[in-house]
Design a protein around this ligand. Structure first.
Ligand code: NDP
Length: 330
């Protein structure tokens, strides 16, 4: 492929204003790497929304092709683990931030960043999962390592209608946990119970300034939103419980007290997917390919063309996207 289509973010260095437009690039425009991939599918994560809208400084190199995830077929490789024709997946590693990313028909990356497409998954399914699903699985694994079992009680999932939240609801319910879906969109109750939520909690219930310790309501949870919602979740988690802290869709700040940690032994488990080691990635993807209910995966997925990415980026930052968006690239 001599020429290929890409979404490109450029920046006017004088005004620092960024612009987003489709462009035709050539292989010479790609950055260093030892594997070339024909991108078949990508996806829009919250971080991609921030990058494209410029709401937060996610992009740290211009021009940039956004897109922190992609799946496709290797066209050329100088890396010992890959050869032309292999199906591969990329999540994170600064792709779409400092290295040209997935909203383009071609990508060139380091082979060490790739993982083989898990057996039983198509490239479209892999991108329906994307960083959101892979991170939700990292969160589930962290809660399991902590020792949480379904008998401990209800787990809260915040930002439940979003991508990461939808996966957390599905995966936790699939492991037998009772899940309370915390959402600002209670109209999505039917969608969330369909994914396995046993209870729907209006986000406003967890949006008041938290007390140091509240009534013990949850055994823990998966948090996609941060801010006051996470502070309330921490204050209402039962003794010995654990919360996997994944996101910041509701704010970067966290005003809490040490009481839940020192008086109840509550644990806050940080989840970071971008630089997770290969073994952790492979384990998460192996479990996703094996455990994930394909009917629920389809129920949470909407497929859009590459042309629709700029509008969808605005929608995800506005909290209007339900579940996951798969982007058909090539
Ligand atoms: P989505 O936009 O799909 O989901 C975020 C959800 O958060 C929304 O759907 C909404 O759910 C809720 N929400 C939105 N705005 C607010 C608000 N102002 N206050 C409270 N809740 C809000 O994003 P993703 O699923 O892609 O990502 C979720 C978060 O996880 C992001 O912050 C992202 O950066 C982070 N993330 C972190 C990773 C890591 O490695 N740690 C990897 C992947 C994502 P509802 O309407 O149901 O309330």
């Amino acid at each position: 492929m001599d020429k290929f289509r890409a979404l490109l973010i450029t920046r006017d260095e004088a005004t620092k204003a960024q612009s987003v437009a489709f462009a035709t690039l050539t292989a010479a425009d790609l950055m260093d790497g030892d594997v070339d991939v024909r991108v078949e599918h990508s996806t829009i994560n919250y971080k991609d929304g921030l990058a494209i809208t410029g709401k937060l400084p996610v992009v740290r190199r211009f021009p940039m092709v956004p897109g922190v995830d992609f799946a496709g077929t290797v066209t050329a490789s100088r890396h010992p683990d890959y050869k032309a024709g292999d199906k591969v997946v990329l999540n994170g590693w600064g792709v779409g931030e400092v290295h040209l990313g997935g909203f383009a028909e071609m990508a060139r990356v380091r082979g060490d960043w790739l993982i083989p497409l898990a057996a039983g998954l198509s490239t479209a399914e892999a991108m329906a999962i994307g960083t959101a699903g892979y991170t939700a699985m990292l969160a589930l694994i962290a809660l399991e390592h902590h020792g949480l079992k379904p008998a401990a009680g209800t787990l809260a999932v915040t930002g439940a209608s979003g991508g990461l939240g939808s996966f957390a609801v599905t995966l936790l319910a699939g492991r037998g946990f009772k899940v309370a879906a915390v959402t600002g969109r209670t109209a999505e109750a039917g969608y969330l119970t369909g994914l396995g939520a046993a209870e729907i909690i209006d986000r406003t219930e967890l949006s008041a300034p938290p007390r140091a310790l509240g009534k013990e309501r949850f055994a823990g949870g998966v948090d996609a939103v941060g801010g006051v919602v996470l502070a309330n979740l921490i204050a209402t988690t039962a003794a010995g419980g654990a919360i996997a802290a994944c996101g910041n869709a509701g704010g970067m700040e966290l005003a809490t007290s040490v009481a839940p940690f020192s008086l109840r032994g509550v644990s806050l488990l940080g989840i970071e997917s971008v630089r997770a080691p290969k073994a952790a990635r492979m384990e998460a993807w192996r479990r996703l390919a094996g455990d994930l209910d394909r009917g629920k995966l389809a129920a949470m997925t909407t497929t859009i063309p590459l042309d629709a990415v700029p509008d969808a980026a605005r929608d995800i930052v506005a909290g209007k996207v339900r579940g996951r968006l798969v982007v058909e690239v090539g």
